[in-house]
Design a protein around this ligand. Sequence first.
Ligand SMILES: *[C@@H]1O[C@H](CO)[C@@H](O)[C@H](O)[C@H]1NC(C)=O
Ligand SMILES: *[C@@H]1O[C@H](CO)[C@@H](O)[C@H](O)[C@H]1NC(C)=O
Ligand SMILES: *[C@@H]1O[C@H](CO)[C@@H](O)[C@H](O)[C@H]1NC(C)=O
Ligand SMILES: *[C@@H]1O[C@H](CO)[C@@H](O)[C@H](O)[C@H]1NC(C)=O
Length: 401
Amino acid sequence: MTAMKYLLPTLLVLAEGICLASGWVPIILRGRPKGGMLGPPREKRPGEVLPQPMIFNLQRRDHFSGSRVYYWNQRYFVNDAFFKPGGPIFLLIGGEASADPLWLLDGAMVEYAKTFNAFCVLLEHRFYGKSQPTNDLSLESLTFLSSKQALADIAAFIDDELRIKFNLTNNKLITFGGGYSGSLSAWFRNKYPQMVDGAVASSAPIYMDLDVGSYLATIVDVMANTSHPACVKETFTATNTIFDWWGQPDKLEKMFQMFRLCDRIDHDNLIEPSALYSALADNWQLVAQYNGVNRTFTGTTLNTTETTINTLCGIMTDGTRGPSIQRYADVSNLILEKLGKKCLEFKYQKLISEMKQESLESSVAEGARQWIYQSCTEFGWFAGSDRGQVPFGPYFALPFK
Ligand SMILES: *[C@@H]1O[C@H](CO)[C@@H](O)[C@H](O)[C@H]1NC(C)=O
Ligand SMILES: *[C@@H]1O[C@H](CO)[C@@H](O)[C@H](O)[C@H]1NC(C)=O
Ligand SMILES: *[C@@H]1O[C@H](CO)[C@@H](O)[C@H](O)[C@H]1NC(C)=O
Ligand SMILES: *[C@@H]1O[C@H](CO)[C@@H](O)[C@H](O)[C@H]1NC(C)=O
């Protein structure tokens, strides 16, 4: 989760008229890695046939307005390979990314399905992937994007499509989800208790919180608990050095080289420090969020079993690499290499011009724009760095200065 900087209207003004290269969003944005959630439990096997997309074509665009009714196509996938008559329905709720049918072939829910002879189904979340209720992502269109609408989608899908089409009238139903979709799983049971017999909510944030102080604090706990306990102290030293160097033109040039920045630091731009400190903290967030989980990020060599917080802390405490700031750069450069990136993007204005794109074909339509919209209108869940023992520099805070 990155900070409030992506929100403040006064800052948005600064982005006007700036046109820069397209295709960049931060590697992790408010707890959401680019591309979405945790990747599927495994890769597709050669020749393997995945569940085919199916469409519920009578989903309402607005469940809470009695006036004119618009319908849209909501995508879903089923796997009935484990099902035996009378078995339960396991409904996996899609989250803030395109729904991936591999989740119906492997993972914990599938293991349970084998035991309980369950009918497995995955429902894509409105505004993500191919489930688009509108033809663009303008602010007007996004007014139909909310968790409340998504929960009503699930209810309509169960009653008007799933139970009827697959003759599952009386079967018990359990919802599943992880992260935000885990929240939906829990909220669905709470709001529609008559429709669900049980809910599994993994790693699910349940309460809205503008500033989630525990997010970065937890990362610091994990850093302190590695086999390199000086990691937190060294990280403090590194970010303090960045502060010391900020006022020195030759040092700014040095940081540009050291951190392989895509653009030079603009000393007079007051948002610049927050943007850079935040981009460097993103490395730690990305690795911490999937620490030790056996996954590779699609299309990259970042393997979360190989590159862990312990790996990063090993670098931070390795004196042979030079001063702490150099080690902090080494951490960042390692992640750049793993992700196949040539340089580190950090410019706030660049981010804003990306995020303003409204077309469904734009780079941010993969989910970044939708997720920021949901964060701003509903959830918060920002992670300010200005408290406690957070060593990433106190410059990306809720009152973004
Ligand atoms: C990790 O994932 C790889 C690739 O999917 C798999 O071959 C391997 O068995 C997994 N290892 C563990 C310990 O689960
Ligand atoms: C629907 O399910 C019920 C209960 O499992 C079964 O008795 C019935 O034969 C099924 N109907 C069809 C058309 O498959
Ligand atoms: C610290 O490490 C120990 C041993 O690996 C582990 O059991 C414990 O859960 C860890 N605590 C935190 C906060 O990560
Ligand atoms: C990640 O790397 C570990 C250690 O090299 C390997 O065992 C594992 O299979 C890899 N995981 C994936 C998903 O490729």
